[in-house]
Design a protein around this ligand. Structure first.
Ligand SMILES: NC(=O)c1ccc[n+]([C@@H]2O[C@H](COP(=O)([O-])OP(=O)(O)OC[C@H]3O[C@@H](n4cnc5c(N)ncnc54)[C@H](O)[C@@H]3O)[C@@H](O)[C@H]2O)c1
Ligand SMILES: [Zn+2]
Length: 368
C-alpha cells in the first residue's frame, strides 16, 4: 500500500468540510506562512505555554512568528498535570481581559497535552469561544491530543471533568522539539501510539514493533512516518464521530482503569504510563473473553515493556482502583462503558463487563 510517508500535511474535516490542517515539519520556519494562509490578519496572539517549554521554545517560536510585539503576548504556567485546572484557567482569563483580547484574537497552545487541553479550553470559553492553534511539542500531543478538538481541565480529583469540544484552526508540529523531550515523556507518548495500532490497525502495530530501535533512537524519517500514521488514525476516528457518540470512545482503550490509576497515584505517574497499565488490564479481559490468544496477550505486555512503559502498578489496592474506575466519566446508566479488543487491531465498547471480570483484570496488573 502506498503510504503517506512523505506527505507533511493532513487535512482534518469537521462535519463533512475541511476544517484544519496538520502540518508536520522539522522546524518552526513555516509557522508564520501557515498562519497567514488562514487569513487571520490584524489579530493579536496569546501564546500559552508551560515553564519548561517556555525556556526551550518560546523565543524560537516568537522569532519564527516575527509579529510586532504589540500584537503578541504570552502566558506561562508551571509545567505538569497539576496545573491543568480551573485556577490556571482563571489566571489566563484575567490576563486576556487585562490585555483586552477580543473575539477576533487568537490563542496559540505551545507545549504538550496539558497545554493543549488547557489553552483549548480557555479558547473554547473566553468570549464564548475564540480561535486557537495547536503547536504540540510532546510525542503524545503530536500523535494524539492536539487533534480532534477535545479540550478541558481536571476538577478536584476527576480527570478532564470540565471541558468542551473546540476545533483548532491549525496544528503545527515541529518534530525537532522532540529532541529535548525527556525519555520518560517520550515513552509515555508511545503508549497512545501503541493504542492506535491495537484498536485500529494491526499492520501499524506490527510496524511499530518492527521499528522499535529506530523509534527509540528517534530516527527522523521513522518518527515522521509514525506520527503521520497515528495522526491519520486519530483523524479518521474524530471525523467519523467528532462528539464521541460512538466509535470515538475506542480511543479510551486503557483509559478507564488508566485514569483511576492516574488519580489514585496523585498524578505521580504520567498519563501514558497509566494508560499503558490500563491497556494491559483491558487486554487481559480481551484474553479472558477468548478474543485474543494468550501469546498475543503476552506479546502486548512484551512490546509495552520494550517501549519503556510500565505494565503493573504497586502500592494500590484492587478495590480502590475499581471504586475510582466507577467514578470515571465513561459510565452509561450506571454501567461502565468499557473498551477492549476484539482482536489485535480492532476494539469494541461494551457495557457487559462484570465487576468480577474487572476485579480479576485489576488484580492482574497489581505488582506481586
Ligand atoms: N485532548 C485529547 O484528546 C487528549 C488525548 C490524550 C491525552 N490528553 C491529555 O494530555 C495530557 C498529557 O500530555 P503530555 O504527556 O504531553 O503532558 P505535558 O503537557 O505535561 O508534557 C509533559 C512534560 O514535558 C514537558 N515538555 C513538553 N514539550 C517538551 C519538549 N519539547 N522538550 C522538553 N520538555 C517538554 C512539559 O513541560 C511537561 O513537563 C494529559 O492531561 C491528558 O489527559 C488529551
Ligand atoms: Zn490519553
Amino acid at each position: 500500500m502506498q503510504f503517506f510517508m512523505y506527505q507533511d500535511k493532513i487535512i482534518v474535516n469537521y462535519e463533512g468540510r475541511p476544517a484544519y490542517s496538520i502540518i508536520i515539519d522539522k522546524d518552526f520556519s513555516n509557522l508564520k506562512e501557515e498562519l497567514s494562509r488562514l487569513k487571520l490578519e490584524n489579530r493579536r496572539y496569546m501564546i500559552i505555554t508551560d515553564s519548561n517549554v517556555a525556556s526551550l521554545y518560546l523565543k524560537e517560536c516568537l522569532d519564527a512568528l516575527s509579529i510586532d510585539s504589540n500584537e503578541l503576548s504570552s502566558f506561562i504556567f508551571d509545567s505538569g498535570e497539576g496545573s491543568k485546572n480551573l485556577d490556571t484557567v482563571y489566571k489566563v482569563y484575567s490576563k486576556l481581559i487585562e490585555e483586552k483580547f477580543d473575539r477576533n484574537d487568537i490563542i496559540i497552545a505551545l507545549g504538550g497535552g496539558v497545554t493543549g487541553d488547557l489553552a483549548g479550553f480557555v479558547a473554547s470559553t473566553y468570549l464564548r469561544g475564540i480561535d486557537f492553534i495547536q503547536v504540540p511539542t510532546t510525542l503524545l500531543a503530536m500523535s494524539d491530543s492536539s487533534i480532534g478538538g477535545k479540550t478541558g481541565v481536571d476538577f478536584m480529583a476527576y480527570k478532564n471533568m470540565i471541558g468542551a469540544f473546540h476545533q483548532p484552526k491549525l496544528v503545527y508540529m515541529n518534530l525537532s522539539t522532540l529532541k529535548s523531550l525527556p525519555e520518560r515523556e517520550f515513552n509515555s507518548g508511545m503508549s497512545e501510539i501503541l493504542k492506535h495500532g491495537l484498536i485500529k490497525d494491526y499492520d501499524y502495530y506490527k510496524w511499530l514493533c518492527n521499528n522499535l530501535d529506530g523509534i527509540r533512537n528517534q530516527e527522523y524519517e521513522i518518527l515522521k512516518e509514525m506520527i503521520i500514521r497515528s495522526c491519520h488514525i486519530k483523524k479518521n476516528i474524530v471525523e467519523d464521530d467528532p462528539k464521541e457518540k460512538g466509535d470515538r470512545a475506542l480511543l479510551n482503550f486503557g483509559h478507564t482503569i488508566g485514569h483511576a490509576i492516574e488519580k489514585l497515584m496523585d498524578f505521580k505517574l504520567l498519563h501514558g504510563e497509566c494508560v499503558s497499565i490500563g491497556m494491559v488490564a483491558a487486554s487481559y479481559i480481551s484474553y479472558k473473553r477468548g478474543n485474543i490468544a494468550r501469546d498475543e496477550f503476552d506479546n502486548i505486555i512484551f512490546w509495552s515493556k520494550a517501549f519503556g512503559l510500565p505494565v503493573t502498578i504497586k502500592d494500590l489496592s484492587a478495590k480502590d482502583i475499581y471504586r475510582v474506575t466507577r467514578l470515571d466519566k465513561k459510565m452509561q446508566s450506571d454501567k461502565i462503558k468499557f473498551v477492549y479488543l476484539k482482536s489485535i487491531g480492532t476494539a469494541i465498547t461494551d457495557t457487559s463487563v462484570t465487576e468480577d471480570e474487572m476485579m480479576e483484570a485489576i488484580k492482574y496488573i497489581l505488582e506481586r
